[in-house]
Structures are given as C-alpha cells and as structure tokens.
Design a binder for this molecule. Sequence first.
Ligand code: C2E
Ligand code: CA
Ligand code: CA
Length: 696
Amino acid sequence: MNRKSILVVDDDEMTRLLIRQALSANTFRIIEAEDGAEGVALFNELKPDLVLLDVDLPKLNGFEVCKIIRESVQGQDLPVVMITGMDDRQSIEKAYRLGATDFMVKPINWSLIAHHLRYILRASSYFESLKKSERRLEHAQQIAKLGHWELDGTQGRLLLSRQFTKMCSLPGTQFEHGLDYLISLVHPADRLHVKSVLQQALLNGESFDLDVRVKLPNKCLLYVHLQGRRLESCTGSSPVLSGIIQDVTELKKSQQRLIHIAHHDPLTDLPNRILFQQQLERSMQRAKRRNCKVGLLFIDLDRFKNINDSLGHEVGDALLCEVAVRLRGEVRNYDTVARLGGDEFAIILDAIEHAQEAMSFIQRTMALFEQPFYLCNKMLYVEASIGISLYPDNGNNSEELLRNADMAMYQAKHSEQHQFSFYSEDLTEVTIRRWSLENGLRKALENNSFRLVYQPKVEPNTGHISGVEALLRWDRGDKPAVSPSEFIPIAEESGLIIPLGKWVIQQAVGQLWAWQGTACANLTIAVNVSGRQLHSDKFTDYLAAVLEQEGVSATLLEIEITEDYLVPNNREGNCQATLRKLSDLGIKMSIDDFGTGYSCVSQLKNLPISTLKIDKSFVDHIPEDQQDIAIIKSIITLAKNLRLEVVAEGVETAEQLACLRRYGCDLVQGYFYSQPVSADKISELLELHALKYGAH
Ligand code: C2E
Ligand code: CA
Ligand code: CA
C-alpha cells in the first residue's frame, strides 16, 4: 500500500516525538528534520506528500522554508501545514501569504492531528486532479483554438477564458461594459450585425452562430466562429449570454485559397476563363447602366507551339508568365487580364467611351511585344495577334463578345497587314468559316468525332483487292459534311494535324490488327500523312511504337505523302532521313497526287519510295484528252523504269479502267469499284469477291 510520507520540520525533539507517536499508528511514513536547511534538503531529496513546518527554526526559519518549497517545481501545490504559537496572528497571516496550505496552533491536539492531515491530503489530491483536468481541457482548447466567454447583460461584465484573451491578444480576462467591449473587438464592417445578433439573443434567448472578423492590435485579421446562448437559469435577474469563440482563420484561408484556385490559372495566377466570364458580365451590366462601352481584347501569341516544342516547356511557361506580367502592368487596376488557356489571353477594358480608347490601348499592348523576352538565358522576340470586340456594338452577351473577339484575332493572325483587328460585320466569310472549322476540329478531337473509311485498291485485270486507303471523315451530326480537303489544311496550319494524325495511325493499325485471321488478313492499309506530321521528329518513333504495341507487321502499313514534301528546297529539309527510317521499319511509301507537284525525277531514284499514285485530275479526262493520256503513259513508263508500282486514283468509268489497264497500270482506285466505305463493308466486299472468284 502506498503510504503517504510526511516531512516534519521541527527543532524540538519532544514535539517530533509526539508527532511521530500521534501519526505512527496510522499509515504515514514520517521523515524528520531538525532545522530549516535540513528540511529543504530532505524535501528536495524525498519529495514528501505533505510538510509539517514549525515557524521557529534554526538556520532557515519556517517562512523561508515555505517560500523555497513554493518556488520549487514540485512544491507548488504541495500541502504545507505550519505550526505556530497560540495567538500569533501575524505569523498566521504571513504563513498564508507565503502560500501555506493550513496551520496548526500550539498546543497541538494530538488526537485530531491524524484526521486533520488526512483531510488536507485528500483535499490536495482533489485539487491536483482538478488542476490536471483543467490543464487537459486547456490543452484541448488550445489545439481547437477554442475560447469561452460569458456576458452579463448589456451593461454588465464580460468574462473571457485565457485562451480567448490569448487568441485575440487582449490585456485581461474581465471587462466592464461587456457588450460594448465585445463589439469593439469586431471588424468595423461586421459590428452592426454582431451587435444586433447579441442583443437579440439577450432579449429572446435565441442561440446564435456567426463567423466574424476580429482586428488584432497588430492589425492582423482573425476569422473567428462565435457561438452562444442565453443561460436559462438566469430568468428574473439580468440575462447572461455564454458561448465559445473559435479561431477559424486557417480554415477560412484554405477556403479562400480553394476559391482562388478555382478562379485562377495556376501558372500565371491570372483569372481563368470562369472568373473572366463573371467579370465580363459585370462590366457589361455596369456599361449598360452608365451608357458606355466595354472593350474585349483577345490576344494569341504567334508560333507559341513552335517555341514550346523547340525550346521546351520550361521556356514556354516562362514566356506565358512574362506575358502575364507585362499585360497586367499595362492595364488600369479596374481592368481584367485573364488567361483563357494555352497561349490565349483576354483583357476586359472596363467602361470606355469610344473605340478610340481601345485603339490606344492596343498600341500600347503591341509595344509590349516589341521588347525582347529574356527567358532561361535565352533572348526571344515573340509577336501576338489581337482581336477586339466592343460591347454593345459587337455582341450582347459574353459568349458572343468573346467569339467575335476570337474571330477578329483569327483574322489578324491570317492577315498580312496588321497584328490586330477589330471585329466587324464584314469579316470575310472565308475567315469566319476557317475560324469555326478550326474551333470545331479542336472540339471534335476532344469528343472523338472522327472515323476512318477505306477505299479499295484493285488489280484491274483480276478485280482482286490488294489493299485499301484510309480516309478521314468528320462526323458533324446535323451540320453539313466537310471534306478532308478543306479541314486537313486547317488542321495542318493550326498544328491540330499532329494529334489528329496520331489518332488516324492508331485507328488504322488497330484495324489491321482486327483483320488478322480474317479474309482481310493480307490487305494493306495506306494512311495519308502530311508533311507537318513527318517533320515532327517523334513521328517515326510513334509509328514504330504503335505497330509494336498492336503486334502488327509494318509491311501491312503504307504511307501516302504528297509530292511537295519531296521538293528538294523544302525549307524543313531532311525528309530523306525520315523516309529512310520509315523504310527501315518495313513501311511502304507512295507519292500521292503524282504529277501535280514539282518533284524532281532524279530524286525519285534516291528515295525509298515504292509507289506512284497518278492524280485523279489526269484520269478524269481519259480516254478523250490526248495530253492527259500522254502524261499517264509517261508516268507509267517512268515508274516501270524505276521499278515502282503505279496506282491510278479517281477511276469512275469502265472506259477509264480499260484505258489504264491497257497502259499497264498496276492498281486502280475509284468510284468505279467502290467509294470509301466502312471497314465492315470492306470485309463484305472481300468475301463477295472470294465467292465470285475464289474457285478460279
Ligand atoms: P487523296 O489522298 O488524294 O484521297 C483521294 C480522294 O479522292 C478522297 O477524297 C477520295 O474519297 C476521293 N476519291 C476516290 N475515288 C474517287 C472517284 O472515283 N471520284 C471522285 N470524285 N473522288 C474520288 P477525300 O476522302 O475527300 O480526301 C481528300 C483528301 O484529304 C485526300 O486526298 C487527302 O489528301 C486528305 N486526307 C484524307 N484523309 C486524310 C488523313 O487521314 N490524313 C491526311 N493527312 N490527309 C487526309
Ligand atoms: Ca491519298
Ligand atoms: Ca490523291
């Protein structure tokens, strides 16, 4: 059993003996000290549960010992009972002042002393556990940043917990004119509201719950959650409100961060499309009220993709950030600069009087691009194209205004004269169409609205299908169809041909895989590839990877390239190396639309080409047109000499077919045999063919 230890400090041996006797029958362990100094030493060494201390002691007197104990860490809450003379009031007062727990007056009643001390020990242990639980509560409140407050009526006193005063850096825990004081802590903008809520609560007993801003003495803003209720027991007397306060600054800040993130571009920290649209709507409403205009600038960097591809994303990102900084530096503080995505920026010119104001701003904006950009140790000149639309002149809602500014930008980008353009009703139809096709293509890529169709290549003598050409189709729902002859050049110009071309290859190789083990297993698929694709250095790697991935033999894939890609002075050059790589992979290559370009015959010898495709324009007018016949004949002769295969395309009639067969054309392709059709149709055609001719 855990016996309590009692340190008895008394120089009188007789008293010590009596104490020992009075207590020893009980379960105490007695430690004795003869003077103050020994008392302190034993206290430090043995850490007793209680000290019984005589006032008059040699070396250190009882007061001094008591003081030392109280100042030590373990002695703060230790029960110290002092023994004084009968009517020594002064000593008693002094003992209390120095922190004595209790006192005993001589002569001591020996029969009661054990009860007395046990009582003190019990009280001290309650006190200790109370203090512990208080500490735990305070700790928990500290973690939760939670404080407590109590307000006594409107004019009464305000009591605050320590955590509250710490949280708000207040000078104390009690304040008169409580309500006014509480209100004075609140941010001026929130005061009226808080006051009425508190008064209401005092009056009706309604509980409340609000988020309030508190302005700290150091000017920092604290967001707190204030909750409270009138205490029910206080009816009759003045009402008391009691509640908690919680510091929710971090929470508020992270909420604000989230809201910020949702409305800003992470790279440049400019407003994003969502915030931009909101601002634009607001500006338009304001302009409507004040009868003025809003200018909308749509800014697109020229050749940004090139910069990104050739110098790396790091430089590209740095450029976008620098552009953001320059643009932001140029606008008035109530204008908005936003990044709409990629290399597109937009500026809202709020409340302008006439178009001229926008014009002078545009000139300043363009001047921003005359300065070189220094990025990642590189100096770069970058130009931008700007399109402008005005509210209300060029649109009544934000979408229309943005679309028209975008279109004007598109016009500026494709015009030789200006880098900027105002939207006008008479934007050329060509521009509008190209603009909407480019945007449409971008969406179609995202929505996967493309498909491939296949046109058979047939041996004219046997009717045997040796392969197919894959041709791209754009599904536009109810909108009128657009031919690839129109949208491919736009895709090339905008760079969309790169992802689009990848899609085509993936699709074609997937089809080759699907045909394995069917009647179509030996069919080749020819894919049209544009120069821009071939020039992107990763093209061959991509192709090899797709073939490998699908486990399809490269010999089943053909590539059709147009003649202009082969023109020796082609500024992008190095087509030889690319073609060589493709041929090393085992891929056959044909020259499309042969005869319409300027390919140099001597070059044909040196390139790993396997096929020439005679352009449809020559086939169209045979057998009537003698000149076309002569051209076709000489292309076929040339091909034979170079050991190349010849394919004629656009064969629509039996006469054309007969003519080509006569001149020894290897393969023909055209509506006479089949239009471009789905892959399933090709399978059917082949099965039909096998039924018809399979026996022979
Ligand atoms: P192309 O490579 O010369 O393709 C032949 C075009 O002639 C196809 O037009 C085809 O449908 C059409 N055609 C075939 N036989 C006949 C016929 O007997 N009579 C007539 N009137 N036309 C016939 P399409 O599919 O509209 O393609 C046009 C051009 O678009 C293609 O010319 C090609 O240069 C390009 N293209 C198509 N698909 C792709 C593709 O996936 N990638 C690339 N880069 N270009 C493509
Ligand atoms: Ca072709
Ligand atoms: Ca062609």
